[in-house]
Design a protein around this ligand. Structure first.
Ligand SMILES: Nc1ncnc2c1ncn2[C@@H]1O[C@H](COP(=O)(O)OP(=O)(O)OP(=O)(O)O)[C@@H](O)[C@H]1O
Length: 731
């Protein structure tokens, strides 16, 4: 293996900040330990320059090395500089595990109880209150907040972190926030002009009881971002003082360690760019000398080599997905018994998106003395996270990437090489508490050939959910929306077509009453439609249960060495009509034993997963109650109703049995294969529907149930009236 130092920070710096003396008011609630740690972060030296730039510019792009302190410190700088008096600071993250762990850390640093001054909001978990000033939230949750508060009055600052990831939601937020920023700036101008006019009309100074602004400066400058009142004519004069909302400009901060700052600056109307110099600790990069045929084997050998030959420190190993993680976990556990007797204990901790939050959180637990932790992760741990104790990163150079063919409406999930920017982020997970090491299991030449950035998700995914959110937040012209990278027109049209068929859009393409209802649920539009149908068919209880159960990838464990036993246990829950009703049986049995862990263990049921399911179930029931839907409406044992609800949302995920025993999708006429994990695997049924169609090694369908073919046209009359040819002789 050859060595190469981690690339130095960007040379074209716009700002390098000189060290400054801390101001008196900074950090009165901090413990001395955290105060010292904070002051040692590279970003701390640039504090005044950053605050100044954010004060003076509507949008600022900040680029700083991984671990330099952007995410944890910049929101605190703004708070401590008293810039969040009239609104809070939102910090978006592409992933929930990052949002929750960052909020925890910053709450600790700021001496706040989690959920008070510092908090987080992620789907199905809200640890914030009206007094929260710094809120870490997923990009999806900020989109939801826009639905309730279209001008985001609650916030003065929105910080879009890890912008290089270009998730679908972050990309949509870019455009939405630009619009909100413009609208708020316009309102501030109008209010200011009105205020000045009302002053010049009055012979004696301002009428302080009615017109006083929340700050002594009567005509605030743009830069200071003070609040002005909105003109709310719906409020009577005597009530105006108490009911008027204050409006101020919205400041946007876009951050990352690895982004094309010029490109972002151009999109955000030539926003100011700040490069913050310095990284806390160096990371040494080691590249494979030769290409590796089997990266899993190389990962095993390298991690064991680090474990037996290198000094203390935990290992973070990046793999492409859950299956690889599970098989490497098994290999490592097998090898553990063969380690030299004097070597440290090796603890294996997996982390991937489908793992329940409580289990994910385990990676943050301190490693016991005389042990080394090896974390097997997908790209969930690639950005934002500081996992205490990590000194070694092993990068296989691959990830699973979702693709979408809008032409045929098929998603794919394929293992592909990471981008340079992802590889740098991975290396950046080491070197956060001390010097770190990154072992890339690919050659330096391979690294040089990698794409600079990952293709933005908006260019490779189904746009139905995003389109519904755009429409619900008042953006009607989704084709003309200000995208940073415009998705292919065919993808946008397909999303509109799907929403129309679901009844979320009317004949003019405007959001219908049903569409508005669907957008209230933190669910994919298809699932929201299923829930809506459940009111009519009287099976909301069952439908909520099934939706919650599908929020987890693996509910049944299949250990390699106990396959037969596990399959036997699973058969007890099996329903002849497929996975949806099998899941319902599982939930019923789980409730009967009151979630007993040993029962789960004996039945190879993912106990932690089931606890998460109960959480999701509770949250969906709450939203239903808020929306006036009775979550207790049950169809008893008339399970056909449950399946009929599902095909109202998944009418485009149906397939018919062919004479040769294969299944052909109704939409797209593709031959699809039932995944071996499905309870309908190997069975012949007249017609089926499925939750997911995904190309891996072939076109697999997952979450499959049997239906009657004549239910299909009834499920989406609007769609099938136009495309009746898709249903071969309606047989
Ligand atoms: N949970 C934690 N435990 C220990 N130290 C932490 C924790 N979170 C952050 N830190 C410390 O704070 C530093 C700054 O972290 P922060 O997430 O703010 O950096 P960043 O510049 O946003 O990095 P990235 O670009 O990788 O997201 C880390 O390098 C680490 O030293």
């Amino acid at each position: 293996m050859s060595t190469k130092e981690h690339p130095a920070q960007p040379s074209n710096e716009t700002v390098t900040a000189a060290p400054q003396k801390p101001k008196k008011k900074w950090g009165p609630t901090l413990t001395p330990k955290h105060q010292t740690e904070r002051q040692q972060l590279p970003i701390y030296q640039a504090r005044d320059a950053i605050v100044h730039a954010i004060k003076r510019n509507p949008t600022v792009i900040i680029v700083g090395e991984t671990g330099s302190g952007k995410t944890t410190q910049i929101p605190q700088f703004l708070l401590e500089a008293d810039l969040a008096q009239f609104g809070a600071i939102a910090v978006t993250q592409p992933r929930r595990v990052a949002a929750t762990s960052l909020a925890r850390r910053v709450a600790e640093e700021a001496g706040s109880r989690l959920g008070h001054r510092v908090g987080y909001t992620v789907r199905f978990d809200d640890m914030s209150c009206p007094a929260t000033k710094i809120k870490y939230l997923t990009d999806g949750m900020l989109m939801r907040e826009i639905l309730a508060d279209p001008l985001l009055h609650r916030y003065n600052y929105v910080i879009l972190d890890e912008a290089h990831e270009r998730t679908l939601r972050t990309d949509v937020l870019f455009g939405m926030l630009k619009q909100i920023q413009k609208e708020r700036a316009r309102m501030v101008q109008v209010n200011r002009a009105e205020w000045q006019k009302s002053h010049s009309d009055k012979p004696t100074g301002p009428d302080t009881t009615e017109k006083q602004l929340p700050d002594s400066d009567p005509a605030p400058t743009n830069g200071d971002n003070q609040a002005t009142e909105t003109n709310d004519t719906s409020v009577s004069t005597s009530d105006k003082r108490s009911k008027r909302k204050f409006v101020n400009e919205l400041k946007i901060v876009v951050m990352s360690a690895t982004l094309d700052a010029e490109r972002f600056s151009e999109y955000f109307d030539h926003a100011r760019i700040l490069y913050v110099a310095g990284r806390q600790y160096p990371v040494r990069i080691f590249n494979a000398v030769e290409p590796q045929n089997d990266y899993l084997d190389a990962a095993l050998v390298t991690s064991l080599q680090i474990h037996t030959e290198q000094g203390p420190g935990d290992i973070l190993l990046f793999l492409s997905g859950q299956e690889e993680i599970e098989s490497l976990e098994k290999l490592l556990l097998d090898q553990r018994s063969q380690l030299p007797p004097n070597s440290m204990d090796l603890l294996v901790c997996p982390i991937y998106a489908a793992l329940p939050a409580a289990q994910q959180a385990k990676v943050f637990n301190p490693t016991p003395p005389n042990a080394r932790k090896i974390i097997l992760a997908t790209n969930i741990a690639e950005t934002s996270l500081t996992i205490p104790g990590i000194r070694y990163v092993v990068d296989t150079g691959v990830h699973k990437i979702r693709g979408y063919s809008s032409r045929i409406g098929i998603e794919s999930l394929l293992v592909a090489p990471v981008s340079k920017s992802a590889a740098r982020q991975r290396a950046g997970r080491a070197g956060r508490e001390a010097m770190g090491y990154c072992y890339r299991l690919y050659t330096e030449d391979t690294f040089d050939e990698l794409e600079e950035d990952t293709v933005p998700e908006i260019l490779r995914c189904n746009l139905a959910a995003a389109t519904l959110q755009l429409k619900a937040s008042g953006i009607d012209d989704v084709l003309g929306f200000d995208y940073m990278d415009r998705p292919p027109k065919v993808a946008m049209l397909r999303a509109l077509e799907q929403l129309y068929a679901l009844g979320a859009l009317d004949d003019q393409g405007k959001l219908s009453k049903l569409g508005r209802w669907m957008a209230e649920f933190p669910l994919d539009p298809s699932y929201a439609k299923v829930l809506h149908a459940s009111q009519e068919l009287g099976c909301t209880t069952e439908v909520i249960d099934v939706i919650a159960l599908f929020s987890i990838d693996t509910l049944f464990f299949m250990p390699f060495d106990k396959r037969e036993e596990a399959a036997e246990a699973r058969r007890k829950f099996m329903h002849g009509d497929g996975d949806h009703l099998t899941y319902l049986n599982l939930q019923k049995a789980y409730m009967e034993v009151k979630g007993d862990s040993s029962w789960c263990h004996d039945h190879f049921v993912n106990g932690r997963g089931m606890r998460h399911v109960q959480d999701v179930r509770k949250q969906i029931r709450q939203v239903c109650q808020r929306m006036g839907v009775n979550p207790n409406a049950s169809c008893g044992t008339d399970f056909d109703k449950v399946l009929q609800c599902f095909i109202r949302g998944f009418f485009n995920h149906t397939a018919l049995l062919q004479p040769d025993g294969s299944y052909k999708s109704v939409v797209g006429s593709q031959i699809v294969h039932i995944h071996p994990s499905s309870s309908l695997f190997g069975q012949r049924r007249e017609a089926i529907f499925y939750n997911e169609l995904i190309f891996t090694s072939k076109l697999y369908i997952r979450g499959v149930s049997a239906i009657q073919a004549n239910w299909i046209p009834e499920a989406a009359p609007r769609y099938f009236q136009q495309k009746s040819h898709m249903l071969p002789s309606q047989s």
